[in-house]
Write a protein that binds this ligand. Structure first.
Ligand code: ZN
Ligand code: ZN
Length: 43
């Protein structure tokens, strides 16, 4: 038997939502990086 039965705790990934400001584009209506999500598209 090997000892690689380590049970990794399930990482709870934070819920991500489309940025309500840029619509998940990461860019605001002016073509600049969304200040709300910093260009990620999620917040
Ligand atoms: Zn947002
Ligand atoms: Zn945004």
């Amino acid at each position: 038997m090997t000892e690689d039965e380590q049970l990794e705790p399930e990482e709870i990934t934070p819920k991500r939502w489309r940025c309500c400001h840029c619509g998940a584009t990461g860019v605001d209506s002016y073509g600049d990086t969304c200040h709300h999500c910093h260009g990620l598209g999620f917040c």
